[in-house]
Ligand binder design. Structure first.
Ligand SMILES: [Zn+2]
Length: 602
């Protein structure tokens, strides 16, 4: 909150110092055009008025909120030049990786021109080609250091062959192609799609929704619209209010794609162009819609203190991504269940899959959900060959903690209250009333006040490594987790492999496995086992393992950095579980009643 105060004060100082008339309020206007879209460039002209200073610093954010990685967007900026109101060049100097100092010499008007290269396919990076442009605003628009509170206007001049603009930015009446943002936080939270996208609209929860389909696809507009309406209505029912007037889905359809990024009143989704007619892939897409839509409340508005106002210059650390992403990952499938897009069985399978991922990952013994959140910048977003041994995903573990929380509240209140109720109360308390983010302990306290149930066990578990006691919570609503591998005695080598040019290469070595103990390395090529050469698909490896026993010694011939070596590997027991969630055999009527409330289709 301190940062917000500083910004506000600067703005006040500046506005009173210059003059009090509206005509000389500082004003920033961007013009966006495309001279060479085929070469992946966008041209930006930034006009700054009424900021009369000796010099100003303009900056490009290093990251975009929602995607916790320093992406160094400034690397794509080139040919930056500045001019005064008479088009006389002004001296500019790069003073650090993302800041340009302009000798503005108290000029009332100055223009900064630059080009940005964009050819990275993702929901949070610019992509420009001859067919369309996707602009991730944090990687496109410079801001004036110290003036994030200023409003911004953007005029988009599409390339001659393009006809449509899709963005959550507010259109300026009477100026086609011109949009406004009340401040730079909103500008940086409003991606822009320009091209010939297929746009269709629907109304749900009193909000006009626009779907902009980019790149074609075999989607059924009628079905998709109907299903999105159901998701919007169900998500809105949780919070009781939908804060937007208009919401935009920008959907990038690729040969194969996925992923999404949430924004205040829009989202960008990646999808497989021809996946809409495949039931599994279609339901997966609806899960992405539900996930990003849920975020418009949970993270974009109800959020931890550390996540807004943002520092665009560096990492913004929070231990609470297990709450923000984990709860969202829990609710995305739950929303699909409530809408009837998932059967009870398929819902439980999806939840079991999170349990399998977490419980079979050695990193679960090393990293807690809270520290996974904090280190997202250097671990989750920068995985390497050892990630599975040393880290977990706050999505999976956070979703399981959310499940435990939901079930504990349901059981403790005889089905009267659940996670929905506390999120609604938290939204009202922190976003609407206090107008600020929450501290983790404040959220825990609020949950306890709203429900009368202590949830310290779950918040503690988020800060602790190791297995979660799922059955303590699932039993209360008539379900249990079972391990189908329980009692199974099978040998395991402990590696993952990939085949490249007919060579079997080690891609991962599991902590505490036979391979770990005997010194098999990632990037080793496995040539032969027990004197038998591996075939091009590595099937021989499976055959050997299927016929071996725990304690058997394998002679593994490898090539490492061009040198042949023989390793002796003593096979150990495969300790991985195969977990499933099933109805509790002797569940009481009350447990069954609570279970029905948990998974009811509304
Ligand atoms: Zn998310």
């Amino acid at each position: 909150m301190m940062m917000k105060k500083i910004r506000t004060n600067l703005f006040l100082l500046m506005t009173t110092a210059v003059t009090s008339t509206a005509a000389s309020q500082p004003r920033i206007h961007f013009e966006v055009s495309f001279k060479e879209p085929q070469a992946h460039y966008v041209e930006i002209k930034m006009e700054i008025e009424n900021l009369q200073r000796d010099f100003i610093d303009v900056k490009m954010p290093v990251w975009t909120p929602g995607s916790y990685l320093v992406r160094e967007y400034a690397k794509n900026v080139e040919s930056l030049e500045a001019f005064d109101g008479k088009d006389t060049p002004l001296a500019t100097e790069k003073i650090n990786k993302n800041t340009w100092r302009i000798a503005s010499k108290k000029n009332r008007t100055l223009t900064v021109q630059y080009r940005v290269y964009g050819f990275e396919v993702s929901v949070r990076t610019n992509f420009i080609d001859d067919s369309h442009a996707f602009l991730s605003p944090a990687g496109t628009f410079l801001f004036v250091d110290g003036f994030l509170e200023l409003p911004a206007e953007v005029t988009i001049l599409p390339h001659a062959s393009w006809s449509k603009i899709s963005t959550g930015l507010e259109p300026v009446a009477g100026k086609p192609g011109t949009y406004q943002a009340a401040d730079f936080d909103i500008l940086f939270d409003s991606p822009i799609e320009v091209g010939n996208q297929d746009v269709f609209t629907f109304e749900a929860a009193g909000v006009l929704h626009e779907i902009a389909m980019v790149g074609g696809g075999n989607y059924d507009k009628e079905r998709l619209t109907k299903d999105c309406i159901a998701i919007v209505e169900e998500a809105t029912a949780i919070f009781g209010v939908n804060p937007n007037k208009r919401y935009v889905f920008i959907v990038h359809n690729y040969q194969s794609g996925g992923g999404g990024l949430e924004h205040l009143n829009s989202t960008v989704l990646g999808a497989s162009r021809n996946g809409y007619q495949n039931e599994r892939s279609y339901v997966g897409f609806l899960g992405l819609v539900a996930h990003e839509y849920f975020h418009l409340w949970h993270v974009k508005r109800l959020r931890p203190l550390e996540l807004g106002p943002f520092d665009y210059d560096a990492e913004n650390y929070t231990t609470a991504l297990w709450i923000m992403e984990g709860f969202t990952a829990y609710f995305d499938n739950l929303l699909l269940r409530r809408c009837g897009f998932l059967t009870e069985t398929s819902y439980l399978q999806a939840l079991s899959s999170d349990i399998n991922t977490i419980e079979n990952r050695p990193g679960n013994q090393v990293q807690s959900a809270a520290s996974a959140s904090f280190d997202a910048w250097i671990k989750y977003y920068r995985p390497d060959e050892n990630s599975a041994n040393t880290s977990i995903s706050y999505y999976n573990k956070g979703a399981l903690l959310a499940m435990m929380l939901d079930l504990k509240l349901l059981a403790g209140t005889n089905g009267e209250k659940r996670l929905d109720d506390v999120l609604k109360a938290a939204y009202e308390t922190f976003y609407v009333q206090k107008k600020r983010g929450f501290e983790e302990l404040e959220l825990q306290t609020l949950i306890e006040q709203v429900t009368g149930i202590s949830v310290a066990d779950i918040f503690d578990a988020a800060h602790t490594t190791g297995s979660l006691d799922y059955n303590r919570y699932l039993n209360a609503v008539g379900y249990e987790v079972i391990d189908y591998n329980d009692g199974r005695e099978l040998p395991d080598l402990g590696i993952s492999t990939s085949v490249s040019d007919g060579r079997v290469l080690v891609t991962g070595v599991g902590r505490g496995t036979a391979a770990w103990d005997s010194g098999i390395n990632v990037r080793d090529e496995i040539i032969a086992i027990n004197g038998e050469r591996l075939d091009a698909h590595g099937k021989e490896l499976n055959r050997v393992l299927q016929t071996a026993a725990i304690g058997d010694v394998l002679h593994v011939l490898i090539a490492r950095d061009g040198k042949i070596q023989q390793l002796r590997v003593t096979l150990l027991k495969d300790t991985r579980g195969s977990f499933g969630i099933i109805p509790l055999a002797d569940a009481t009527v009350e447990q069954q009643r609570l279970g029905k409330i948990w998974l009811s289709q509304e």
